[in-house]
Write a protein that binds this ligand. Structure first.
Ligand code: S3P
Length: 457
């Protein structure tokens, strides 16, 4: 059946709609955000860390390669024959070596921005550069705080974009209010703070994902998180000589953002139900579930563990959905899920409005433009807003009869590609072609295997 529904043509895919409902239990690969941080903080720890279920996405492999280039020994452990288990021989906070050539940061904003914080703290010269999409993502947001801390850091186009060149060392602590809701910017400053003279204090008006805080705490590093009366979060990181990073052993839970595509498929496709097991359920990542519940979706979480972070199973069933206004305070907690959320809203009854999501314009693509372009091509009534979009959803769209081929485009963005593939599977009579699907390897190389398992039932 897979062959009939998915037809690959080099960097394109032709999709026909699913017919039968499915009932399945799946798992997804390790969380991308935690995988980056585990490799980075394992490399800076004093001793051997063991990390299992590391994501083998292109972004995460770029982080492994970057730290190998910085002199860290990172080996596959091959315990139980799993290619996803690694040993990182951490060299301590001051154990990195000056790289001899440019560090390739691939498509990864997280790698570029977090590593910039670490490199700024090291007394050597380094250059980072990524692919054409990464090299057009904004970097002033990290150059500014790192420069305030005393780093010499420059970038292309008057410090707007990568490549970035860094002459690190000699940092001092700062008080910094993060001007945009961004865990990458916050984490960049936190990592630079490990090398700075004195305590660095960071304020974020709206808390973003706290994986850096959690892993530093697990390593016994003195980090303090307070909730001030004004709300948000105030993070204090002790500086140079005030703490040590202990090695750790962790198993990385499944990536919530990868699970979201299959939750969507279960909820949208009649007669279906799905369980995604062993998924990261950090509260700052699961805003998508809250939004789905507001829409009337039958989706439930069962917590199974708390280390390294809250983990559990997600059960989702086909549901009749109604449109909602997404509360702006929920936006940072579902920031990576808007492409697939827009597909869900297209098939819900009534209007869905997303505002306060301007950050979507500077992700792997301008996601507001990419969503509007593709959904319009599918016949969805969608309006582009400066900081979001408005969709007049229609469940009958699933039965749309369009004899011609509809051509969609990923814009080189992995989450747009996967979201549109899910839309193609939902449109019963669809003949949808999506170009630019190789980028899916950026976060989820196992995506097509998982789709095949479901539709081959
Ligand atoms: C990430 C933070 C978010 C998110 C990205 C991963 C992280 O980006 O969109 O996919 O691992 O810290 P911002 O920090 O730009 O919001």
């Amino acid at each position: 059946m897979t062959k009939d529904l998915l037809e690959f043509k080099q960097d394109k895919i032709l999709i026909k709609g699913l017919s039968k409902g499915f009932s399945a239990a799946i798992e997804v690969p390790g969380d991308k955000s935690i995988s980056h941080r585990a490799v980075m903080l394992g490399s800076l720890a004093a001793g051997k860390s063991r990390v299992s279920n590391l994501s083998l996405s292109r972004d995460n492999l770029a982080t492994v390669a970057a730290f190998r280039k910085l002199g860290i020994n990172i080996k596959k452990q091959n315990l139980n024959g799993s290619p996803k288990d690694f040993v990182i021989e951490g060299a301590g906070l001051y154990g990195l070596k000056e790289p001899e050539s440019v560090i390739n940061t691939a498509n990864s904003g997280t790698l570029t921005r977090l590593l910039a914080g670490i490199l700024a703290g090291n007394d050597f010269f380094s250059v980072m550069s990524g692919d054409k999409y990464l090299n057009s993502r904004p970097m002033r947001r990290i150059i500014e705080p790192l420069s305030l801390m005393g780093a010499k850091i420059t970038g292309r186009n008057k410090n707007a974009y990568p490549p970035l060149a860094i002459s690190g060392g000699g940092l001092k602590s700062i008080f910094y209010e993060v001007p945009v809701p961004s865990a990458q910017v916050k984490s960049c400053v936190m990592l630079a703070a490990l090398f700075a003279e004195g305590d660095t204090v960071i304020y974020e008006k709206k808390e973003t994902r706290d994986h850096t805080e959690n892993l530093l705490k697990l390593q016994g590093y003195p980090v303090n998180v307070d909730v001030p009366v004004s709300g948000g979060s105030l993070i204090t990181v002790k500086g140079r000589g005030r703490g040590e990073l202990k090695p750790f052993n962790i198993s990385i839970p499944g990536d919530f953002s990868s699970a979201a595509f299959f939750i969507a498929l279960g909820i949208l496709h009649k007669g279906s139900e799905i369980t995604v097991g062993n998924v990261l359920l950090n509260d700052k990542r699961t805003g998508f579930i809250k939004a789905l519940k507001m829409m009337g979706a039958d989706v439930n979480l069962a917590v199974t563990g708390e280390i390294p972070e809250r983990t559990g199973d997600i059960k989702a069933k086909y549901s009749a959905l109604k449109g909602i206004t997404v509360p702006p305070e929920l936006v940072p907690d579902m920031i990576d899920e808007f492409p697939i959320f827009s597909v869900i809203a297209s098939f819900a009854e009534g209007k869905t409005t997303v505002t306060g999501a301007k950050e979507l314009r500077v992700k792997e693509s301008d996601r507001i433009k990419a969503i509007v372009y593709n959904l319009k091509a599918l016949g969805v009534d969608i309006k582009e807003l400066e900081d979001g979009f408005e969709i007049n959803g229609n469940p009958d769209l699933k039965n749309r009869r369009e004899p011609r081929l509809t051509a969609l485009n990923s814009f080189g963005d992995h989450r747009i590609a996967m979201s549109m593939i899910i839309a193609g599977l939902i449109l019963k009579n669809g003949k949808i072609e999506i170009s630019g699907i190789r980028c899916i390897n950026t976060s989820f190389p196992e995506f097509f295997d998982t789709v095949s398992r479901l539709i081959n039932q």
